[in-house]
Design a protein around this ligand. Structure first.
Ligand code: ATP
Ligand code: ZN
Length: 226
């Protein structure tokens, strides 16, 4: 896959919570595709706008590397990787172009449900397990709290039971997973939903007009849905 400058390439999740709604939204914008046999690449038919089907965590990096022009990804993933990249001194890497109205969830601190929650200072000196270490560390810094950040890639909600941490910082939608693990939400670090993400700088070729056309159609579809 090379870097065609006269076609726009959008990365979406291959399978998972955002896969279907992302595709449905782009279809509602009048896009259609011819699927390749490897199910990685979908060639745009109605417009020169192609899809790349990938893991959600890979989407910011693909935009950053110029492999893709835009992506549909949770704000939680975008902000996490943006903070991590900004720390390396490269400046903001990504722009959130539109909030898309699906995939809503929160990044919460959750504590054992027997605790009497007194507020963030209570976290001082504790270990907090999370898959979002950059967002968590920035929040702790903002609050002036020193706590241990234990980075886990999955099953964060069982970390207290395993003795890896006292509390967790994880995505919550219904709260059922927390409740099943004797945890309860204490405070929210980030309100998230699926967003259309792009690079921090505008396109300086034919992709600019395509992106504008897509955004115009997207705004029409989003307005109808609300
Ligand atoms: P992939 O295989 O692409 O890495 P994944 O398992 O990381 O998939 P999903 O579980 O499909 O990803 O979640 C994708 C996004 O859906 C999350 O990053 C988040 O923005 C959103 N989301 C909405 N509700 C929840 C929830 N309850 N738990 C986790 N993610 C949620
Ligand atoms: Zn993922």
């Amino acid at each position: 896959i090379g870097g065609g400058r006269d076609r726009l390439r959008i990365a979406i999740q291959k399978s998972g919570r955002l896969a279907e709604p992302a595709r449905a939204l782009l279809t509602a914008c009048g896009l259609s595709w011819r699927e390749s046999r490897d199910r990685l690449f979908c060639y745009g038919e109605s417009l020169p706008i192609d899809l790349l089907l990938v893991r959600d965590d890979d989407i910011p990096g693909l935009i950053r590397d110029g492999v893709c022009d835009l992506g549909v990804v949770g704000r939680n993933v975008l902000v996490e990787q943006d903070i991590a990249l900004t720390r390396t001194g490269a400046g903001p890497a990504f722009a959130e172009l539109r909030a898309l109205g699906f995939g809503a969830c929160r990044l919460d601190i959750a504590v054992p449900d027997t605790w009497d929650w007194q507020g963030p200072p209570q976290l001082a000196g504790l270990r907090i397990a999370t898959s979002y270490p950059a967002i968590l560390q920035r929040w702790l810094d903002d609050q002036g709290i020193e706590a241990g950040v234990v980075e886990l890639s999955g099953s964060v909600e069982i970390a207290p039971k395993l003795g890896q941490a006292e509390v967790i910082c994880d995505l919550v939608s219904s709260g059922a997973t927390l409740a099943a693990n004797q945890l309860r939400p204490a405070t929210t670090l980030l309100q998230s939903e699926a967003v259309l993400a792009g690079p921090a700088h505008a396109f300086d070729d034919a992709r600019g007009a395509l992106a504008e056309l897509l955004l115009r159609r997207l705004d029409g579809v989003l307005r109808m849905r609300n």
